[in-house]
Design a binder for this molecule. Structure first.
Ligand SMILES: Nc1ncnc2c1ncn2[C@@H]1O[C@H](COP(=O)(O)OP(=O)(O)OP(=O)(O)O)[C@@H](O)[C@H]1O
Ligand SMILES: [Mg+2]
Ligand SMILES: [Zn+2]
Length: 466
């Protein structure tokens, strides 16, 4: 029978097969398949299974007043959530170990527990440990209750008894259901626990937040295994040795994705950073070659980021090319365009690109600033510090327009830049006197380079002939 058949699930990405495989066709990882019980879904395919038909509703008759949302008191987080935590939703917060997931959620509890009962379930820490952290963070709301238990059956019984409005499960990988015959953290346990919690959330209109550890080479199932079960997935990331943390929406049934919120880790907990542009530019070196600022869109929000390029003589037979925070192949393409269309040769030179602040830039709008930074690095001449560049570069060396140019230029102006280099096709949209900032249009890479650093086309031609 189909129902009882076991399946094999990739613990990295949740890909399911009926046969064991050595390599996952979905995420390409080796040895990640684990036998699992299929999710307990009422899957009666074909036939009616003896069931009576259920009433259906005309879409016009369904009562769908706005989702009821509660604010977490951390405005940056509320924005990423899409305007607060939706009642009855199941949310997953994933992140590397030690990044600050428990800290963030405990801080969220403070405000949430002011108006409703919040149950914080910890499967990894004792109630005392949670209390110690709460003391450090100044969390003392009377509506906050702590349960240190990893047995999900007990947790469910407690939820039924206590009827909290919000439940936090820290973490899903430490929870076990007695009906599932495998260890905590295995694919079967993690999926079934989340599935059961989803039911509880919808049935009782409780918001449940799950913590999921991102695992590398571990034998715990990663949060991706849960992505399609939960309503929303958020990712908490950052460098262990940097104070900055970025919360990113990966999936959100109740709001836009790609929204980000920036936090700073302090002794007293996570502090929201409401002006990330200022933060990302705060340590920008003065008058150093290879640095350019771009305005990218992270969700609905324009953010300024610094891109850096370092071009040096190679000590290897094949020069090294490295991109951090930017697509490696795109960098190679830009190098080829610079060579062919502008006459700058990087042939035997090492080229490194770095995006400051741990951001990952995948927008075409970053092409132009990266190309400018690379040429600036090659010539060892700094770009004007008050200039920002935005634009996609095509294979013909043409500068193509980008979306929402006005928002980007407005952010550049707000942050005190006095010049912005944009695709020529965008200058019209910016010309109506709305902006005090000087707008320079360029239709191809040569024009852009000239405008940026007064390179005469002659010089470029000369280089081509070398
Ligand atoms: N006393 C302290 N002062 C300042 N920062 C601290 C202090 N204690 C912990 N931290 C910070 O908090 C981080 C750990 O936070 P937290 O326990 O919330 O992370 P987590 O993501 O829940 O980790 P885990 O994966 O272990 O559950 C540490 O990496 C450190 O940066
Ligand atoms: Mg934790
Ligand atoms: Zn996989």
């Amino acid at each position: 029978m189909l129902k009882n058949r076991e399946v094999f699930v990739c613990r990295e990405c949740g890909y399911e097969t009926v046969k064991w495989l050595g390599k996952c066709p979905s995420c390409g990882q080796w040895n990640t398949f684990e036998q699992a019980v299929p999710l307990s879904a009422p899957a009666s395919r074909g036939g009616t299974g003896g069931r009576k038909p259920a009433p259906v509703s005309a879409i016009g008759d369904i009562n769908a007043s706005e989702d009821i949302r509660c604010l977490t008191g951390i405005s940056e987080l509320d924005r990423v959530l899409g305007g607060g935590l939706v009642q009855g939703s199941l949310v997953l917060l994933g992140g590397d170990p030690g990044i600050g997931k428990s800290t963030l959620l405990l801080q969220v509890c403070q405000q949430l527990a002011a108006k409703r009962k919040v149950l914080y379930v910890s499967g990894e820490e004792s109630a005392r440990q949670v209390k110690l952290r709460a003391m450090r963070l100044g969390v003392n709301a009377p509506g906050l209750f702590v349960l240190s238990n990893g047995d999900l059956d007990t947790v469910l019984a407690t939820i039924r008894e206590e009827k909290p409005g919000v439940v936090i499960i820290d973490s899903i990988q430490t929870m076990t259901l007695s009906s599932v015959q495998s260890a905590a953290g295995s694919v079967s346990q993690v999926r079934e626990c989340a599935n059961v919690l989803l039911g509880v959330a919808k049935e009782n209109d409780i918001s449940i937040i799950l913590v999921g550890h991102v695992t590398k080479e571990g034998n715990l199932a990663g949060p991706r295994v849960l992505e399609h079960i939960v309503d929303a997935v958020f990712h908490f990331e950052g460098e262990q040795n940097h104070a900055y943390r970025i919360l990113r929406a990966i999936k959100n049934r109740y709001g836009a994705t790609n929204e980000i919120a920036v936090f700073e880790m302090r002794d007293s907990g996570l502090q929201q950073v409401t002006n990330p542009s200022a933060m990302l530019l705060s340590e920008r070196p003065q008058a150093v070659s290879g640095s350019c600022v771009v305005c990218v869109l992270e969700g609905s929000r324009p953010i300024l980021a610094e891109v850096q390029a370092l071009i040096t003589k190679s000590g290897f037979p094949t020069p090294r090319r490295m991109a951090t925070g930017f697509d490696y192949n795109r960098m190679q393409m830009l190098l080829a365009v610079l060579e062919k269309r502008a006459g700058y040769f990087f042939g035997s030179l090492d080229a490194y690109i770095n995006v400051v602040g741990g951001l990952k830039l995948d927008e075409p709008a970053c092409d132009l600033p990266i190309a400018l930074a690379m040429v600036s690095g090659l010539r060892d001449r700094p770009l004007p510090a008050d200039m920002l560049a935005i634009g996609e570069i095509g294979l013909g060396g043409e500068i193509r327009s980008v979306i929402r140019i006005e928002d980007r230029v407005r952010e550049a102006q707000r942050m005190g830049f006095s010049r912005v280099l944009v695709p020529a096709s965008c200058t019209e949209a910016l010309s109506s006197g709305k902006f005090q900032i000087q707008v320079i249009g360029a239709s191809n890479i040569r024009q852009a380079l000239k405008a940026a650093s007064e390179v005469s086309p002659k010089e470029a031609v000369h280089r081509e002939e070398e």
